[in-house]
Structure formats: structure tokens, C-alpha cells
Design a protein. Structure first.
Length: 127
């Protein structure tokens, strides 16, 4: 059984997500543990760093897009803003209100936003 192009897109999206999560958690640990930054500041910076990698990887490898980068970047930033808002809400509820570790709440946040980002990336950003 051979994989279809759409299957490879999903596989590449998952690989990118794993790599992005590694970048995110490494940056988060550095900021919180190493530099003693606050929860939401550390989340925000880590989010931007990992999302930058995510944009480039998905543009070039997952969706193999040759579209004009400025248009895709604008659409990506719109998606990112929505995804970031969802993530911050989850971090606030789980970490700040419930007292759960930032690492666990980030993992929960990544789970929710990954599904959202795949659907939006596939149907809007790289289309």
C-alpha cells in the first residue's frame, strides 16, 4: 500500500510539530529555569521561536508551497494569532488558575492548537 500525497502532508506536519515542540520546550525551559522569566512571557517567546521554524518547515517541506511568501506569511500570522489566543487561554486556565505545571499545560495547549493549525494551514495558509 502506497501513501498518498495528502498522507505525506499529514506525516510531515506531525514531524514538523514534533520538532517545533522540541524547540518550544527547550526555549521554555531556558527562559523559565535559566533566566527566571514569567510564565506568560516565557510562553510567548517560546511560541514565536517555535512558530518561526514551523512556518518555514511547513512552507518548504510539508505543503511544498511556491506561493508568494508575503501572502502566506500574512495568512500564517492570522492563524498564529488565533492559535496563540487559544494557547494563552489554556495556559491561564490550567497553569495560573488550576496551578498545574507550565510544561503540562503547554502539552495540553499544543494538542488543541495542532489540530486547529493543521486544518487552517492546509485549507487557508498554504492554499
Amino acid at each position: 500500500m502506497s501513501l498518498k500525497i495528502k498522507d505525506w502532508k499529514l506525516i510531515n506536519f506531525i514531524i514538523c510539530g514534533i520538532l517545533s515542540a522540541g524547540i518550544y520546550f527547550a526555549t521554555l525551559a531556558l527562559l523559565i529555569e535559566g533566566l527566571n522569566m514569567g510564565t506568560l512571557t516565557s510562553y510567548s517567546i517560546s511560541y514565536v521561536v517555535s512558530s518561526s521554524f514551523n512556518f518555514i518547515y511547513n512552507k518548504k517541506i510539508t505543503f511544498m508551497s511556491n506561493n508568494f511568501i508575503v501572502f502566506e506569511l500574512i495568512k500564517y500570522l492570522i492563524m498564529l494569532g488565533l492559535s496563540y489566543t487559544i494557547g494563552v487561554a489554556i495556559i491561564k486556565i490550567v497553569t495560573i488558575n488550576l496551578g498545574v505545571s507550565i510544561y503540562i499545560s503547554s502539552f495540553i495547549s499544543i494538542g488543541f492548537t495542532t489540530i486547529f493549525r493543521y486544518i487552517i494551514s492546509k485549507n487557508f495558509v498554504y492554499k
